[in-house]
Write a protein that binds this ligand. Structure first.
Ligand SMILES: *Cc1c(COP(=O)(O)O)cnc(C)c1O
Length: 413
């Protein structure tokens, strides 16, 4: 019998094979098939500077986090070939939260006087970070309807360094054209950043559509079990800093600058969080298949319900982004939003469900219901990003669909 640590070229395998194996070779000393939780801060050196495998301090790098970072990079790199010198097509970085990932990215790529285009229905926390944390440091922003490519082109200024995309958006599930927006951003010398939290790398691969950086709140579908907060960046190899900016690490590449800032600011994912997230990533594909089958059934049920005035789901032919979503994604995802005519009715639905749990967040195996206006999007009230007050958002879980439909039926009755 022979054993070998050689593995296939992950860029030629399917999504789940990459998600389950990339970065996760069995442990060299014990053969453990799952990367151990390296709950450790420092590493013995064989003589000064004699690092074993490059590890010296866990803010800089930790083996469990490295496994997650490599797995995420492989998950997002479908269809991308390694570069001519054999480097992977993308590099992954894991953080303590999605917003920590976003904060680190923005510190790496913008400076005072620069300008960022943000979706006019961005995740509220992203908008708050850009407007209220980066704003006072001199970074300007313009909220734009990203479903309108010409409006984005018109909003570009000489100082625009980043076009920030979310598709589908949270909570209004707007769908925008990643390839077209990449063209607009690159014509302007700006980076195209895509928050891929809602679609997940299983359903949408923005790097292959021309994006430079993918952002995740791994708290959501990637973790998938509502038991860990985390974030990630996946940076395309070769993406260059905008506006002639130099990297503090030397050179001009985005990945090098992000790596420098990840270590210099230190908002990293801890080993146990990295391990939980890696565990979630392995089952992402099977969970998403069930999430979206259930979501499609929920959307049809709501669409036919007399108490519902509008259902927003990219899988419905009535959704304005339906055709684009069908082209750009390999499925329509697990999020469904709907309107019921008044805030009082929306709050009432949220109070009555028994299988859908009233809670913020999304993407876990359990179904959640929330009122964006008063909950997740409370921080954008009174801004261009304010959401309708009769809107209810569902994160459709992977329970038995009959139970989900019955629950919504009794809540709407
Ligand atoms: C939750 C979320 C974030 C922020 O991530 P955290 O892990 O909560 O910091 C960013 N973008 C989207 C689309 C989200 O849903």
């Amino acid at each position: 019998m022979t054993t070998s640590s050689e593995h296939p070229d992950w860029t030629t395998t399917g999504f789940s094979t990459r998600a389950i194996h990339a970065g996760q070779d069995p442990d060299a000393t014990t053969g453990a098939v799952v990367p151990p939780i390296h709950q450790v801060s420092t590493y013995k050196q064989d003589g000064v500077g004699g690092l074993r495998g490059g590890y010296e301090y866990s803010r800089s790098a930790n083996p469990t986090r490295t496994a997650l970072e490599e797995a995420l990079a492989a998950a997002e790199s479908g269809g991308l070939r390694p570069t001519a010198d054999g480097s992977p097509a993308a590099r992954g970085f894991a953080f303590a939260s999605g917003l920590a990932a976003e904060d680190t990215l923005l510190r790496a790529v913008v400076r005072p006087g620069d300008h960022v285009i943000v979706p006019d229905d961005a995740y509220g926390g992203t908008y708050r970070l850009i407007a209220r944390v980066f704003g006072p440091w001199g970074v300007e922003h313009t909220p734009v309807d990203l479903t309108d490519v010409e409006a984005v082109r018109a909003a570009v200024r000489p100082e625009t360094r980043v076009v920030w995309v979310e598709t589908p958006t949270n909570p209004l599930l707007g769908v925008s054209d990643v390839a077209a927006l990449a063209g607009v951003a690159h014509d302007a010398g700006a980076l195209l950043v895509v928050d891929n939290t809602f679609a997940t790398p299983y359903l949408q691969q923005p790097l292959a559509l021309g994006a430079d950086v993918v952002v995740h709140s791994t708290t959501k579908y990637v973790g998938g079990h509502s038991d860990v907060v985390g974030g990630a960046l996946v940076v395309a190899t070769g993406a260059q800093l905008p506006g002639g900016l130099g990297s503090p690490a030397g050179g001009t590449d985005v990945a090098g600058a992000v790596g420098f800032h990840q270590n210099a600011s230190g908002a990293v994912a801890g080993p146990f969080d990295a391990w939980l997230t890696l565990r979630g990533l392995k089952t992402l594909a099977v969970r998403m298949d069930r999430h979206q089958a259930n979501a499609a059934a929920v959307a049809e049920f709501l669409d036919a319900h007399p108490a519902v005035t509008e259902v927003i789901y990219p899988g419905l032919a009535s959704h304005p982004g339906h055709e684009l979503a069908a082209r750009q994604m390999s499925g329509f995802g697990g999020m469904v939003s709907f309107r019921v005519g008044s805030e009082a009715k929306a709050l009432d639905v949220c109070a009555r469900t028994r299988v859908f749990t009233l809670a913020e967040s999304l993407g876990g195996v359990e179904s959640l219901v929330e009122h964006p206006g008063r909950m997740t999007h409370g921080s954008v009230a009174g801004t261009a990003l304010e959401v309708p007050d009769d809107l209810v958002r569902l994160s459709v879980g992977i329970e038995d669909v009959e139970d989900l439909l019955a629950d919504l039926g009794q809540a709407l009755a």
